[in-house]
Design a protein around this ligand. Structure first.
Ligand code: UD1
Length: 383
């Protein structure tokens, strides 16, 4: 779908069943590379990135089947070609997640170095540094990371910064390494915890996922497993932010409210009434929201993947909000698009100062990145 046509001016009413988390499904699919036995996943979202990952794994010789909606069967009896080609990596940076498990399982991997992307440089030096500490040799040849290791060894790895896929890549590799790996300054995102749960179900020995220090005791081999992917906290947050922006009454089911603390707190600050149950959230909002400032940070801080949605909310809020991005250097492109709708936004370095206006006006806008495309269409009565 290349274009969305949205007619604003209505509060949002209704119920949405939230999909499985993209950012959990992608690394979990890569866990299939670590075992010759089947990995049966459920609650897998139907998304282009999931299809791309299925294609990438399929090209390596992994059997990949979509059994029924939301269910994927993966089995890597053997790996014919441990290569992630440029053509796929350039369309999905998360392809780099195959590097660690390929090295651990096959002793070699050839993975295209991801280039730049719309939201910034996004290097993978921490993935490489960690694997080197585990005994891998990695060379850059013709745009590819060519990695080799007899058998990876456990190591103590202190990451220079908090990286989500970096933590996941190293956790995947360490699961089959010889000895103990300690990941320090690890990402604490719920998707890291979900990957650890899946690996544990496959027989891996992992402690501390969800904290800044993860201990992995490598095992010789992993078995198959059946695993249900966690709900998508960013999709959940996006619907909640839409309801808080446009007003209305929305119920979201199949969610994980515990993974959304920072987002829920900010929505309440904006004046929305929110009720959470075990696996559902109901939101009610009326009138213009109050301005709320946010500053992105690694989990449990406010997620960068919710930054654009809160900028959209701020464009129609009562008062002025400061939206600060600290994770990616170029993730404010949506500000320019929101200005085309009549938003009052001034850029100050890595912050956007947004003063709410009473009404936005419909206009043609561009979806600058995945997370920004929903909220750039933020609906507000009066468009
Ligand atoms: C993941 C999420 C993405 C989210 C991001 C931050 C997936 C598939 N994607 O992306 O939706 O926006 O976390 O929550 O899970 N960095 C380095 N060197 C590295 C690795 C990262 O400098 O080796 C930097 C990045 O450029 C960025 C910061 O670290 O500035 C955080 O990036 P990272 O957590 O790695 O993001 P991703 O894992 O790519």
């Amino acid at each position: 779908m290349d274009k969305l046509r949205i007619t604003g001016g209505r509060p949002l009413e209704g119920e949405v069943r939230i999909s499985g988390a993209k950012n959990a499904a992608l690394p979990i699919m890569c866990a299939a590379l670590l075992s010759a036995e089947p990995l049966r996943l459920s609650n897998v979202p139907r998304l282009m990135d999931v299809a791309t990952m299925a294609k990438l794994l399929g090209q390596m010789g992994v059997e990949v089947r979509r059994d029924s909606p939301g269910e994927i069967f993966l089995q890597a009896k053997s790996i014919a070609d441990p290569t992630a080609p440029y053509e796929l990596v350039k369309t999905m940076r998360a392809s780099v997640l195959v590097l660690g498990p390929l090295l651990a399982r096959c002793g070699q991997a050839r993975v295209s170095l991801p280039g730049g992307c719309a939201i910034g440089a996004r290097p993978v030096d921490q993935h490489v540094k960690g694997l080197q500490a585990m005994g891998a040799t990695i060379a850059l040849e013709h745009g590819y990371m060519t990695a080799r290791a007899e058998r990876l060894r456990g190591a103590r790895i202190v990451m220079d910064l908090v990286t989500v896929t970096g933590t996941e890549n190293l956790m995947l590799a360490a699961a089959l390494a010889e000895g103990t790996t300690m990941l320090e300054n690890a990402a604490r995102e719920p998707e890291v915890v979900d990957l650890a749960r899946c690996l544990t179900a496959m027989g891996a020995k992992i402690e501390g996922a969800g904290s800044g220090t993860i201990r992995i005791d490598g095992v010789r081999s992993l078995s198959g497993a059946a695993f249900r992917v966690m709900p998508d906290r960013i999709e959940t947050g996006t619907f909640l932010a839409a309801a808080a922006t446009a007003g209305g009454k929305v119920r979201l089911t199949a969610v994980a409210p515990d993974s959304l603390d920072a987002t829920l707190e900010k929505l309440r600050e904006a004046g929305a009434s929110i009720k959470t149950g075990k696996d559902e959230i109901a939101i009610e909002a009326a009138g213009r929201p109050a301005a709320v400032s946010v500053r992105t940070a690694p989990y449990p801080g406010f997620p960068t993947d919710m930054q654009a949605q809160f900028m959209a909310l701020a464009t129609v809020a009562r008062g002025t909000a400061v939206i600060t991005e600290t994770i990616f250097e170029n993730r404010m492109m949506h500000a320019l698009e929101l200005q085309r709708l009549g938003a009052n936004i001034t850029m100050q370095g890595t912050s956007a100062v947004v003063t709410g206006v009473d009404r936005l006006q419909g206009a043609k806008v561009m979806a600058t990145d995945l997370r920004a495309s929903g909220p750039t269409c933020a609906l507000r009565p009066g468009w």
